[in-house]
Write a protein that binds this ligand. Structure first.
Ligand code: DX5
Ligand code: ZN
Length: 215
């Protein structure tokens, strides 16, 4: 069974606690937290203070997606805030291995991500060292964008590489995921599906999560 990770980017921030409770009751196991710095991506969102407050209110697995330059400067703050997993972008850290090792030594799981236009080859060697590979299926920065199907071959390639490692490494897909493409991404190896607008912009969170799980 796949894991569904609702991204709070489309939640109502004026009642974030209620929104988190609602997706928990709806069957979510993870919570995806999109951290943006206005440099690597053209948007600014959430910092460690918000993660720290979320941590106090939930036992969901906190999946922090860092879309920021110089991630090495901030990983400790997210570890301290209570993140369970920290994913950094390969584009922001061409020498990602020391940062990945540091995250893991801090007691967190570590992930590596690539944008739609970034070749798979840039992360091939790091895959055996990570707990999660995140293939972006939109250009990062905003929720509510259209899924880019051209990333499917890359997803497949990542799945094949993960299989070769014989390690338990999650394969996450993020961007434009809905009931129409969940089946396709699962068939190509994704086992963690991130969704912001498909879940939070609908009325029935349970139904949306179920649709993604059962697609
Ligand atoms: C995009 C973020 C995604 C985003 C997904 O930069 O990393 O996690 O919240 O939003 P949807 O599911 O609406 O495409
Ligand atoms: Zn994300």
């Amino acid at each position: 069974m796949v894991i569904v990770a609702p991204s709070i980017l489309s939640a109502d921030f004026t009642k974030l606690g209620d929104e988190i409770r609602a997706v928990t009751d709806a069957g979510a196991e993870w919570l995806h937290i999109d951290v943006m710095d206005g440099h690597f991506v053209p948007n600014i969102t959430i910092g460690p203070i918000v993660v720290e407050n979320i941590r106090k209110k939930t036992s969901l697995f906190l999946d922090c997606h860092l879309m920021i330059e110089h991630p090495e400067k901030y990983v400790d703050a997210f570890v301290k805030a209570g993140a369970d997993l920290i994913t950094i972008h390969q584009e922001t850290a061409p020498d990602s291995l020391p940062i990945i090792k540091h995250i893991k030594e801090s007691g967190c799981k570590a992930g590596i991500s690539i944008n739609p236009e970034t070749p798979f080859e840039t992360i091939r060697n790091i895959i055996p060292e990570v707990d999660l590979v995140l293939i972006m299926s939109v250009h990062p920065g905003f929720s509510g964008q259209k899924f880019i199907p051209e990333v499917i071959p890359k997803l497949k390639e990542a799945a094949e590489m993960i299989k070769k490692t014989k390690k338990q490494i999650y394969l996450q897909i993020d961007g434009g995921i809905n009931d129409q493409n969940a089946d396709l991404v699962k068939k190509n190896g994704a086992d963690v599906l991130v969704a912001a607008s498909f879940i939070f912009k609908g009325k029935d969170y349970s139904k949306a999560i179920k649709q993604l799980k059962e697609a």
